[in-house]
Design a protein around this ligand. Structure first.
Ligand code: KIV
Length: 279
């Protein structure tokens, strides 16, 4: 069972690491660094494709990026994130979408956000040998209906609902549960109560693992003000400087130099000039 290694990691108290990737070079970097999971998140809709939310993301777009990630990271545990358009019609459609991730893109597992049919869907996927990560707390695909992107589980009853959903995902066969934007005491209790690992984002220090959107983490996105994001590099500033230098050097004739071009044999060049006169 592929998820068992992560359950064992939890038992041993080894923290799990997950980052998103949407392309081959990023995936290769993550594989080289030895991340436990690479998530092809539907966040790519906002972070990479410029949509205002994750809702317009299609399965074709997800598969396109998941294939690139798999090419860049052939040995990693790659998780395909089921987008709203790939699950909205219910468990049958979710199974078909999950199969596309596994067969067309070579994913190792799928993740999907809690919905009214999440238990039956998880059972169906697991029965079809598709490992599942359940996503509870802030679920961006339904955030608009719940008053926007905000911390979930701040009242005792809402917090208890999150714990119930996490337990239901586990009992239905999910091998991990992702907790997004929930108060620290809630994440701590869910982590304590689950046998399977929790992976947090905006969920504090007590989860079994952590995930961030790669572009947020390296400081290359417009979402830098998010409280739960720690910026480990400032790639936007570095890229901005590089673009400014590039513009300046091209305009001033500093780049490209002769050494950046390709040579031609002297006799071919002479012949070429003769040919040019007859064109
Ligand atoms: O889509 C995504 O990248 C996610 C993470 C924010 C966990 O679901």
């Amino acid at each position: 069972m592929p998820g068992q290694a992560f359950i064992n990691a939890k038992k041993k108290g080894r923290k799990l690491t997950m980052l998103t990737a949407y392309d081959a070079p990023t995936a290769a970097l993550l594989e080289e660094a030895g991340l436990d999971f690479i998530l092809v998140g539907d966040s790519l809709g906002m972070v990479l494709l410029g949509y205002a939310s994750t809702l317009p993301v299609t399965m074709d777009e997800m598969i396109h990026h998941a294939k690139a990630v798999r090419r860049g990271a052939p040995k990693s545990f790659v998780v395909g994130d089921l987008p709203y358009k790939g699950v909205v019609k219910g468990p049958g459609q979710t199974l078909a979408s999950a199969r596309r991730f596994m067969k067309e893109a070579g994913c190792s597992a799928v993740k999907f956000e809690w919905n009214a049919q999440a238990v039956g869907t998880t059972k169906l996927l697991v029965k079809n040998k598709i490992p599942v990560i359940g996503h509870v707390g802030l679920t961006p695909q339904t955030a608009a209906k719940k008053g926007g992107y905000r911390v979930q589980g701040q009242t005792a009853t809402d917090a208890a609902e999150i714990l119930k959903k996490a337990l239901l995902f586990q009992e239905a066969g999910a091998f991990a549960v992702l907790l997004e934007c929930v108060p620290v005491p809630v994440a701590r209790e869910v982590t304590r109560r689950l046998r399977v690992p929790t992976i947090g984002i905006g969920a504090g220090p007590y989860c079994d693992g952590q995930v961030l959107v790669f572009y947020d983490m390296i400081g290359f996105s417009s979402r830098l003000s998010l409280r739960f994001v720690k910026r480990f590099a400032n790639m936007s500033a570095a890229a901005k400087k590089a673009i400014e230098r590039y513009q300046k050097e091209v305009k001033e004739g500093i780049f490209p130099k002769f050494k950046h071009g390709f040579k031609m044999k002297r006799e071919e060049e002479v012949l070429f000039r003769t040919l040019c006169n007859s064109i």
